[in-house]
Design a protein around this ligand. Structure first.
Ligand SMILES: O=C(CO)[C@H](O)[C@H](O)COP(=O)(O)O
Ligand SMILES: [Fe+2]
Length: 220
């Protein structure tokens, strides 16, 4: 497996200083941007003008996590902004495979996310259309929640699927990822790690390096 990717979530950053905060995580692989619409989840964050500006100032690629209703309508517009990846929730989408094609056609990687309660078999048949699968390890909506180990069997199923299909799909986990929990997700087959509070609780560059070091140990 290639080296683990660490994507800090700017949901845990200082909202008054995004340019500076993005600079503090420049050693990461991508900045994870949580888009919430106060309908799909009970929280509200950023819209397109904000993403457009983040895209201009960020030294690293943007990894968008859309926690919104009607992604069929909005995800292509976000992809249009030139971001690295756009992930929408399966539970909110009407035509997931068509949407994946439309995201890719705009030059972004297409991702699909599953809530903790959504089983793997609901995405299995469609997974070949995606570049990345996001397995939520908390209920989407808020940072700082506790990692749910009960989502690990689903991650194992996804890793097994990738092996069987000789697929290079990235398997991402998001929610409660820290020095204490990243090992569990690595063992279950994740290769991309979103961490908000764990990165911004201290000096981000140091916290990113710690997570990378743990991942490197697991690789051997
Ligand atoms: O999608 C999310 C919440 O819905 C965030 O990306 C996630 O919660 C990251 O925060 P933390 O690492 O603090 O759990
Ligand atoms: Fe997220």
């Amino acid at each position: 497996m290639t080296a683990a990717r660490i994507n800090p979530s700017i949901l845990a950053a200082d909202f008054a200083n995004f340019e500076r905060e993005l600079d503090r995580i420049k050693t990461a692989d991508a900045a994870h941007v949580d888009i919430m619409d106060n309908h799909f989840v009970p929280n509200l964050t950023f819209g397109q003008p904000m993403v457009e500006r983040l895209q201009e100032v960020s030294p690293i690629p943007l990894d968008l996590h859309l926690m919104i209703q009607d992604p069929d309508r909005w995800a292509p517009e976000f992809a249009e902004l030139g971001v690295f990846s756009v992930t929408f929730h399966l539970e909110a989408a009407t035509a997931p495979a068509t949407l994946a094609r439309s995201i890719r056609a705009r030059g972004a990687r297409a991702g699909v996310a599953l809530r903790p309660g959504t089983p793997f078999n609901q995405i299995e048949e469609l997974l070949e259309h995606f570049d990345q699968l996001l397995i939520m390890t908390v209920e989407p909506g808020f940072g700082g929640q506790k990692f749910m180990p009960e989502t690990m069997p689903k991650l194992r199923q996804a890793r097994e699927w990738a092996r069987k299909h000789d697929s290079e799909i990235w398997l991402q986990v998001d929610g409660g990822v820290s020095e204490d929990t990243i090992g569990m997700a690595l063992e279950a087959g994740a290769d991309t790690f979103v961490a908000g509070s764990a990165v911004f609780k201290g000096e981000p560059a140091e916290e990113i390096a710690k997570l990378r070091a743990i991942a490197a140990q697991h690789a051997h």
